[in-house]
Design a protein around this ligand. Sequence first.
Ligand code: CP
Length: 305
Amino acid sequence: MRHLIDILDLTTAEIDELIETANDIIQNPAAYAHKCEGKKLAALFFEPSTRTRLSFEAAMYELGGHVIGFSDAGNSSSAKGESVADTIKMIGCYADIAAMRHFKEGAPLVAAMRSDIPVINAGDGGHNHPTQTLTDLLTIKREKGHFDGLTVGFCGDLKFGRTVHSLITALSRYENIKFVLISPQELKVPSYVKDLLKEKGLSYKQTTDLDSVMPELDILYMTRVQRERFFNEEEYLRLKDSYILTPEKLKCAKEDLRILHPLPRVNEIAVAVDDDPRACYFRQALNGKFIRMALILKLLEEAGK
Ligand code: CP
């Protein structure tokens, strides 16, 4: 049974195929409108979500399928102590594929090990978010046309931002990408991510100063400071506004820079930036639906469903 737990579960050739399918869905939505008739997606969200859950649901509906699930762990039997392993065993009786978001790192992997249906990791704690990464890759491909040779800046909470960890991992497989890691000292990327870049001999630099690196960037991937992962509220309050992107700050950026953000945004991008044609975070959120349609199709087909 094929699952998607980590972005590295997919080869770069498979990612390219998913991007191609997503682009085809965008061009020819009617051709996909009945592909999942009679199929059910279980959306198992143990942690809050807007984009991921609703784009998975919209994706399945637009493929002609149905959706079951919950958006609050308190409404599931996990509130009575049921394990993730038992939950997924039950879900396999009711649905053909499952998307799981969980506050505990590794929970979707545990589910996948016991599951009779494909399990998609829709975000596990501060660890991974592979379908956001597919969304980001589709967005970069559509906006820039290629991955190779780009200088990509990641800015904000690089410690707890699971989308950052997954996207750096995915981009590390392409040629000549330069990584610029912009964060406060306290929110630097975990050492396992830096070790990956070192092992592959990839170029990266770390800085606390967004202004000084802005002119070099082709992509600026902004992130929010992840309040829910902090143990100390005072520390969060001290760090939360470390970076606020404004039109003023973008004056020295390239004309063809693209600004991405997995969203939700809190305060790290001023609303005035939304009108800048280089801001593509809302287009990015829309792309999330199309790439999830492509992923659902692939995993159901591989499962013989
Ligand atoms: N980008 C993202 O994962 O958003 P949600 O938390 O709203 O799903």
